[in-house]
Design a binder for this molecule. Sequence first.
Ligand code: HAM
Length: 414
Amino acid sequence: MITLPKGTKDVLPDNSYKWQFVENTARETAKVFNAKEIRTPVFEHTEVFARGVGETTDIVNKEMYTFLDKGGRSVTLKPEGTAGVVRSFVESGLYAGALPLKTYYITPCFRYERPQAGRLREFHQFGVEFFGSTDAGIDAEVILLAKTFLDKLGVKNITLYINSIGCKECRKEYHNALKAYLQKNYDKLCDLCKDRYEKNPMRILDCKNENCKAITENAPSILDYLCDDCKAHFDRVQSLLKAAGVEYKIDPKIVRGLDYYTKTVFEFVSENIGAQGTVLGGGRYDGLVEQFGGGKIAGIGFAAGIERLLLLLESAGDIPNDNNLTVYIAPMGDDARLKAFELVTALRGAGISAETDYMNRGIKSQFKYADKLGAKFVGVLGSDEIAGGVIKIKNMQSGEEQNVPFGSVTEFFR
Ligand code: HAM
């Protein structure tokens, strides 16, 4: 038997309604915030991510699915959504249109990570990217969009953590302070963090190595190094969140795993799904568009992992399934089969989900099958019904039965 590659999963027919629920909720939420869908390729030139996500990140260093295509070009399967959207924003000249521009996407992503619960090699993100405004109102709005999405899904027991990692200027000072603090323990840092020490010391705060975690326990906080502008921005984001009634906690250790962030960063974290509890993460990236050659245009967004959301929703046990069949028509005999075929065709034409028998089952096992399909009604067609020009329709929940003339069947289900 040929099996799935490690770290990937099928979405099977019995489960797909859960995905549709999350995706539909994502689309509805994006719509009420006036965000429009953007779709970018699943693979890009490798430098889109190397440059966009950043050379000091785990994603670029260890996790990318990069290969040479048959033309000898280095291409990479997208490990996240933002860099490709920014590439497209610049390449398609969207910056020249009306700003702010609000976009969203639902996309597969690929990271070569060690698979575990909530961590896959192919996973899926719902993300948004808003371009063109440095106003703290947009930060608050993006966070509010995320919260509205989670609320609509019915996600409970989730905490919003926010932080500001400042701009290039304040971060320079912070890096110096952090390096001075870390210097005495430099030898005890893991090899990766030794490298980070020079290239991007703030990333050390994000290291999962227990030693590094202990060393950074009392590290200086970025919040003490914010310049006036970044501080005012962060204060304003908080005032707006409070005004909107959004609860949050400030966590100065949130630096996020990607290099492009500036100022506001945030994560929604659940305690209920094990080690991979960050369900949604995002932040501002005011220098990224410029890095792609698109001028000084601000950006902010987030992405939520759909598999992690589903773990959370499944553990809470309530994902509505409105995919169930409306009516199963159970014919007995050849004349009835012909009539059943006619009726399901008419019902489907009227937009009502209908099914009939193609397995030559007896009436009892047709009822069993209809039950498995979750049919709300079963219509029985035997020789008596055919002779009387009716179908006997049973409501599977109440048990009530009713003879409905052939000409009124579609009307009955409307
Ligand atoms: P990220 O934190 O790398 O951010 O990923 C966002 C979310 O994707 C995570 O919170 C998690 O739910 C999910 N995720 C990440 N890796 C995996 C994995 N291996 N298996 C399952 N789920 C995973 C970004 O990707 C940024 N592009 C978010 C962003 C958009 N920032 C600004 N705009």
